[in-house]
Design a protein around this ligand. Structure first.
Ligand code: CP
Length: 309
């Protein structure tokens, strides 16, 4: 397909195709390896309307490792602040001969909208609370490395601010398509029972949510997206649901700890655990390059084939 807008759109076979390409490309990330000439002559534009460290850099590194030219535009440095529409911005980037646009935006649905406005591939780097597909791809890629390629029956607990989390939504889609059993945990205001419509289990008791998990995926409390006072304060959240050393003993001995970042150390996760042997957080970050190389390759390949047809 031309774009990567969300995991909801993808089949299990498409997910497997991305993992296979990421596995093939991951060894090329070693410092001793030369850049791959796969996207030589391509121009990739990173359009980031919200802050980012990992996603933006990983896309830049991924595109650079594939020999593409990469240009990053921050929202507040573009003519969007002068009132230019997102559609006009994208059409102008296309007219400037860009080959792929990667976009992060605060509005849910913005990536799909953009993908319909322009002919070149659009890759969603996070749209509001809707989806963050490459995060779920790198998370599930890491789970496959740690727990085996077949995730059927693997138990994953996602703990934290589910309501406002695009990472949670994309991971729920990915994990369900791969046959994993997903439990959502946290306070009822941030993890409403309605999420069970996604085919997951919702638990508000932390001990019960952690007991059988093979992996626990922690999420940051996104106060910037919460406008109502009925959500817990950071202190209240930590006292009830923060993962500390005592509570980590409720996990099985081999269970791994994941986090998409940025971590609020001491809020949703204790520093000791974030830096412990159980944590695969920095491996997730590194895998983000391989997965994004795979996505760039597959979108570019599709677009080239389509132009030839
Ligand atoms: N995980 C993630 O999206 O991090 P950034 O916001 O730093 O890109």
């Amino acid at each position: 397909r031309k774009d990567l807008v969300g995991i909801e759109d993808l089949s299990r076979e498409e997910l497997e195709m991305i993992y296979a390409k990421a596995e093939e490309l991951k060894p090329t990330l070693k410092r001793s390896q030369k850049k791959q000439p796969i996207l030589r002559g391509y121009t990739v534009v990173n359009l980031f309307m919200e802050p980012s460290t990992r996603t933006r850099l990983a896309f830049e590194i991924a595109a650079t490792r594939l020999s593409a030219d990469v240009i990053t535009v921050s929202g507040n440095a573009s003519s969007l602040v002068k009132g230019e529409s997102l559609r006009d911005t994208a059409m102008n980037i296309q007219a400037l001969n860009a080959d792929i646009i990667i976009m992060r935006h605060s509005a849910a649905g913005s990536a799909r909208y953009l993908s319909r406005c322009i002919d070149i591939p659009v890759i969603n780097a996070g749209d509001g609370a809707h989806e963050h597909p490459t995060q779920a791809l790198l998370d599930t890629f890491t789970l496959r490395e740690k727990l085996g390629k077949d995730l059927r029956g693997v138990k994953v607990t996602i703990l934290g601010d589910i309501l406002f989390s695009r990472v949670a939504r994309s991971n729920i889609w990915a994990l369900r398509k791969l046959g994993a059993e997903v439990t959502l945990a946290g306070p009822s205001t941030l993890v409403p029972k309605q999420f069970e419509h996604f085919g997951v289990t919702v638990i508000h008791d932390l001990r019960e949510a952690l007991r059988d998990a093979d992996a626990v995926m922690l999420l940051r409390i996104q106060h910037e997206r919460q406008s109502s006072t009925h959500f817990p304060s950071l202190g209240e959240y930590t006292s009830m649901f923060g993962l500390n050393e005592k509570r980590a003993n409720w996990l099985k001995p081999g269970a791994i700890i994941m986090h998409p970042g940025p971590i609020n150390r001491g809020v949703e996760l204790d520093s000791v655990l974030a830096d412990s042997k159980r944590s695969v957080i920095l491996e997730q970050v590194t895998n983000g390059i391989a997965v994004r190389m795979a996505v760039l390759y597959l979108c570019a390949h599709y677009a080239a084939k389509h132009r030839l047809a």
